[in-house]
Design a protein around this ligand. Structure first.
Ligand code: BTN
Length: 236
């Protein structure tokens, strides 16, 4: 379903899921007046140059954010030869600049125990002529030098996402874990995060089987309780 303007594709996708929309129903909007990111942040995209989509997913386990990042990164690489890195859990970066953000929201399905998830992603594909040079983001076009077909890229992402979510359901996350680790640039870096108003830090050393980030801290190894980490410095 394609709309010129919406508050947020997340809301329409959630409404459609409540009305019975099946797995992989996709809502795309050129413009969002209340696009949202993780941690309550505002999300803005370039109308007609970016992809702003939300996909209905039924019955997926905890590692869905990591799977979504891997699927979109793989699809981008297959499509245009540029490989985005993953900042745990699910930001996609090229040369440390954000090219895609992913938001997953989960809801109970009509008072039942069953849940559905809305996977939203904002992917910067092409570059408008008037884009400000100092924005802290990048586009695929800036790395390929080509104007890319958003429709063809979206088709590829959706086909790969469909296949991957079926596999995740049947086999769990273990078939994807090693590839995720290879592309996760948070590993080996010093990371910090806020916990109960205090700053915590350590070195990210692994991704656990459940998808959590394992961090070596002064107090020992812990599973990072925040999905909002700041990466410091170069790899070490
Ligand atoms: C983030 O990095 O904070 C996540 C950004 C997610 C943005 C997408 S754009 C399509 C969908 N609709 C929204 O309102 N948000 C997501």
């Amino acid at each position: 379903m394609v709309r010129e303007a919406l508050d947020s594709t997340q809301d329409l996708a959630a409404q459609l899921a409540r009305e019975g929309a099946p797995h992989m129903t996709c809502v795309l909007a050129e413009q969002q007046t209340r696009g949202r990111g993780r941690m309550g942040r505002v999300w803005q995209t370039f109308p007609h140059y970016s992809l702003a989509c939300s996909v209905v997913l039924h019955g997926q386990p905890a590692q869905l954010p990591l799977l979504a990042a891997l699927v979109i990164a793989d699809s981008v690489e297959d499509f245009c030869g540029v490989r985005p890195s993953i900042k745990w859990p699910n930001d996609l970066l090229i040369n440390e600049q954000k090219v895609c953000g992913i938001l997953i929201e989960s809801f109970a399905l009509n008072d039942s125990a069953e849940r559905f998830h809305i996977l939203g992603f904002g992917l910067n594909v092409n570059t408008p002529d008037d884009v400000a040079a100092d924005l802290p983001l990048t586009t695929l076009q800036q790395h390929t030098g080509k104007t890319l077909s958003r429709e063809a890229l979206l088709d590829m992402i959706l086909a790969n996402l469909h296949e991957a979510t079926l596999r995740l359901k049947e086999e769990g996350f273990s078939p994807f874990l090693e590839t995720y680790r290879q592309h996760c640039i948070s590993l080996g870096r010093r990371v910090r995060w806020q916990h109960n108003g205090e700053e915590r830090y350590g070195k990210a050393v692994d991704i656990a089987a459940d998808g959590t980030l394992v961090v070596e801290t002064e107090a020992g190894r812990i599973h990072c309780p925040s999905a909002d980490i700041i990466m410091e410095g170069a790899s070490s």
